[in-house]
Design a protein around this ligand. Sequence first.
Ligand SMILES: Nc1ncnc2c1ncn2[C@@H]1O[C@H](COP(=O)(O)OP(=O)(O)O)[C@@H](O)[C@H]1O
Ligand SMILES: [Mg+2]
Length: 484
Amino acid sequence: MGISIRWKLATAYFLLIIFILGLTGLFILHTLEREYLRVREAAYLAHANIIATAGRDALLYPNRNTYYLIRDFGSRVGARVLVLDRQGKVIIDSLGEGWLEGLVLGHEEVLAALAGSGKTGAHVLGSGERVLYAAVPVLQDKVIVGAVMLVAELDDIYAALGAIRRQMFFVSLVSGFLAALLSLWLAGLLTRPIKGLTGAAQQMAQGRLEQRVPVRGKDELGQLAGAFNDMSSKLAEVDRTRRRFLADASHELKSPLSSIKALAQALLDTDEQNPTVYREFLVDIDTEADRLTRIVENMLQLTRLEEELPVTLEIQDIGRLVDNVVTMIQPRAENGGVTLRVDLTPGLWWPVNRDLFTRILINLLDNALRHTPAGGKITLEGSAGKEEMILRVTDTGEGIPPRYLPRIFDRFYRVDQARARSTGGTGLGLSIVRQAVNRHGGRITAASSLGKGTSFEITFPRTVPCRRTSGDDSAHVPSGVNNL
Ligand SMILES: Nc1ncnc2c1ncn2[C@@H]1O[C@H](COP(=O)(O)OP(=O)(O)O)[C@@H](O)[C@H]1O
Ligand SMILES: [Mg+2]
């Protein structure tokens, strides 16, 4: 596993905080420095202007008193005062350091003052000391006779700025660590459900499909957990259905196979010479083989119907499709002494898939015939409104016990297993019908009254979804419906 999200987030937050606070700190320090200097410069410029008056006297009438005055000024404003003549030569140094007197200064502040305007500037000396120069002209009757320059230390300002910088650095560091801790904790909250999901997904990959993760809250992670649980139970259900289908299918295929095996074995073992006996056995074997074929064909049909391939729907003449099927079934009805009545709205056209629609009709009518004794009646009704077409197959047959009604659409389900098997039913007919109806986006319901008859009703919608609507809810069987 790579670096966990927790540590990535924590590091990111830490760096982000340090970066932002550092940037803010730099900005504040810079502003503070500028402001401090501006105030200091203004103050010293003002001081220099005041001293310039005394400087004028010192320049015009040099004596010891003026020197003392200058020195006094200097110590009061906390600066070294230099009085320069109009060539820039130092006449008086308030610190009284003889080596400076007589030197000609060429600093830009001095030059500006001698040119008539006051000027200040901060400088770093060779010793690393920071100083402020403030120079103003000395005027006598509006004539420049020299300049006064103040040299003041700035170390106090830089000491203060340094202290602020250290504090800011400390605060940034502490905030960065706090943010990192907080994000570690938050990311922990975030990653715990993800870890749970990962674990559950790994379990599923190992084949343990039924997994549940706790759903905490309604945020994205909560929704993901919910979706995961849904997916897991759907997969588990699909898996169960598949296993059951396989088991049921094998079971169904087994009985005709064992019959064929037994019949063939009996023929092989017998000393019988009479061909009529052989023929009887072969007829039985043939019947069983037919049954096998029917089961396999139905299974193939069902599997194909369950594939997500889109079905093509075309507007069809429903009357004609019904006629085709009825013509095919009619002889069987007459043989069984059952009346078959068709009651369709004339001129009924509807978007259906011709193959599937025919298959639905055949299966429903076949069931009705199979379960309706002689003298009974089967009715096929069809009508359409604006939004849906309703097709109903009603018989006056034996009916289905209410408790079995919800199960008749299940695969291989037959109310009377033994008898239905002997009559050739596979138990897949209604599953196929239901899938075919689903592919039309429709619904099928069954109602039955024991001993009185059964009715299947299908609703075909006009607007049809391209994909199959999900699963079983469209084959909804109302429980306890006995409306016959
Ligand atoms: N019209 C009906 N009247 C009575 N029972 C019916 C009718 N249609 C279906 N059934 C019951 O539902 C079961 C399932 O039907 P189906 O899936 O078509 O299987 P099969 O017809 O192969 O037995 C039937 O075995 C039968 O018990
Ligand atoms: Mg059937």
